[in-house]
Design a protein around this ligand. Structure first.
Ligand code: SF4
Ligand code: SF4
Length: 316
């Protein structure tokens, strides 16, 4: 026997589409032994670099009911940000996701609106938890379980017709909601373009990454100064790295428009290293407040910028 909430998936999907989510799916909390094995191996092999937060919360990853007692359904969502970027040669590069408002804020706000509608649809009090990188969850596996995407060889989730430039977010609910799921194919097939494009060897093999060698990690997560080798590794990337997504054929085909809740900061494109190196604290705040770059602070942005300036000089 099903209760009223169980059959709400079509209505929830409709609201999600109105809010600009590119995909939404529902899954029951089921054990993910393979994903836990992979996450544990990453830590044991020290491929997580200084991201020590990945070493905690393994119990919650294995059993999300610890995050929300009475958990029955995990709603996985994806929001697309594949907007065109006109990068000029000779300027430092900033990853696409950092040229817009911080996704933690935007996706969370859209999920709050979605949850408010779900509460109205359910019509009785419920317990829920919204997560946008804020709780230890195996979000890509949950998204696969919910049938909204497949993880590619570059370790990123690809959503049909939206590609991999997507932000993931979850709502954990203490209500059962069931829905039919798409059986998605393995999109990669014999392609290996991302592995070939990765300039640092961070993509070791299909689906396996050494984050400590990834430009994205080095420029956004690493807190200390670079070694000479690391400084050279980042090339012309001042914040993040999109190379293994740029080459992916599924991002060239993506047809779902960017959610217009994101405000694209054109002024951050093609900004010289010199300008960054001369920024004052207030200038930094003025330019970057509200973007993911603000989180790393001016000292680390200048560290990145100094390294990029040297690397660009070498290229001339
Ligand atoms: S983000 Fe850049 S450095 Fe990291 S795995 Fe992809 S291509 Fe390699
Ligand atoms: S570039 Fe090719 S191998 Fe890599 S994720 Fe995209 S489809 Fe898969």
């Amino acid at each position: 026997m099903t209760d009223h909430a169980t059959n709400l998936a079509p209505q929830i999907r409709k609201v999600a589409a109105q809010l600009g989510f590119a995909a939404i799916g529902f899954s029951a909390p089921v054990p993910q032994p393979l994903a836990i094995q992979r996450a544990t191996a990453m830590i044991e092999e020290h491929r997580n670099g200084e991201m020590h937060y990945l070493e905690t919360g393994m119990e919650e990853r294995a059993n999300p009911s610890l995050l929300l007692p009475g958990l029955r359904t995990i709603i996985s969502t994806a929001m697309c940000y594949n907007f065109p970027v006109d990068r000029q040669a000779g300027f430092p590069k900033i990853s696409k996701y950092a040229l817009i408002d911080d996704y933690h804020t935007v996706v969370k706000s859209q999920l709050e609106k979605l949850l408010a509608e779900i509460k109205i649809l359910v019509g009785e009090p419920l317990r829920a938890l919204i997560a946008v990188d804020s709780s230890p969850l195996l979000e890509k596996n949950l998204a696969e379980e919910a049938g909204i995407g497949k993880t590619g060889k570059n370790t990123l989730l690809k959503v049909p017709s939206a590609g991999s430039y997507v932000f993931l977010g979850e709502i954990l609910l203490d209500r059962e909601i069931v829905s039919t799921k798409l059986t998605l194919p393995n999109y990669c097939g014999s392609c290996g373009d991302c592995l070939a494009r990765c300039p640092t060897g961070a993509l070791m093999e299909s689906g396996k990454i050494d984050a400590s060698k990834c430009i994205s990690y080095l420029t956004t997560e690493l807190k200390r100064e670079f070694t000479a080798e690391e400084a050279a590794m980042i090339g012309d990337w001042m914040f993040g790295c999109d190379l293994c997504q740029e080459v992916c054929p599924y991002n060239q085909q993506a047809s779902i428009p960017v959610n217009d809740a994101f405000n694209v900061r054109d002024e951050l494109l093609n900004m010289s290293t010199e300008r960054v190196l001369h920024l004052t604290k207030s200038g930094f705040r003025e330019l970057f407040y509200g973007t993911p770059i603000f989180r790393i602070g001016l000292r680390r942005l200048k560290r990145n910028s100094r390294a990029v300036a040297k690397n660009l000089e070498r290229e001339i």
